[in-house]
Ligand binder design. Sequence first.
Ligand SMILES: NC(=O)c1ccc[n+]([C@@H]2O[C@H](COP(=O)([O-])OP(=O)(O)OC[C@H]3O[C@@H](n4cnc5c(N)ncnc54)[C@H](OP(=O)(O)O)[C@@H]3O)[C@@H](O)[C@H]2O)c1
Length: 239
Amino acid sequence: MTRRFSGKLVLVAGGTGGLGRAVTLAFLEEGAKVVVTYRRQTEMDALNSAAGIHTASLAGRIVDVTDEAAVSRLVQEAIAESGHLDVLVNTIGAYAGGATLWEANPAEFDRMLKLNLLSGYALMRAVVPAMLKQGSGTIVNVASRAAVDHSGAAAGYVASKAAAVAMLDSLAADLKGTGVRANSVLPSIIDTAANRQAMPEADFAKWPKPEDIARIILFLASDDARLIHGAAVPVYGAT
Ligand SMILES: NC(=O)c1ccc[n+]([C@@H]2O[C@H](COP(=O)([O-])OP(=O)(O)OC[C@H]3O[C@@H](n4cnc5c(N)ncnc54)[C@H](OP(=O)(O)O)[C@@H]3O)[C@@H](O)[C@H]2O)c1
């Protein structure tokens, strides 16, 4: 097992979620200290159990990631404790679909913007100044295939994910030559418990596993990917 992240501090927003949990465990396996945001104690307890011998390297904080002040406090505390913050992975997001733009509940549009776009905005505003000061750091924002493949009956989701990719592209342009890199990944349906429950008739074998996507996220966050900056990487295989 390579330990590319020994001595590194990684922040995984949404680190107890379907994908976030796999990302967190993969970083722990490779020697990182990981701070996750979470909302439900049962999920944090489950992640702690799954972390096994790495539990001491895992910390959880209850934070509403759409609250910019709370995110800023979280990042400042994490940096005060360890003196650096090396990687941010944002796995916060939500899906709403099934209704046309004119029939969908406007509150859902707002929720999509908050969770799929503003979460990343708040996180990046908080971490980038610290990474610039260090002259190093990597950011991976989890968007969606829907950012580039615009299906119907999901206007809020599609628009918020497309905007998240555009925002990250613009950030990447700002970060050129600074030593700080930023990339997006674009999953399609992931083999999570929630998706299995929502689509019980589907062929689960065709869906990428969270662990497979986590491996790509770790690659993008690692020095091996030092030439990759401002990319939106499709991670949906042949689905
Ligand atoms: N799953 C898929 O098939 C799929 C496909 C394409 C793209 N994606 C994207 O991949 C990412 C991860 O998806 P996932 O399936 O792992 O989602 P998930 O299981 O719902 O995980 C998202 C995590 O974010 C947390 N969260 C939601 N709102 C939050 C807030 N305001 N503050 C702090 N935490 C909050 C959730 O907590 P709670 O559990 O308490 O809500 C959950 O732990 C998302 O960006 C998603 O849009 C997923």
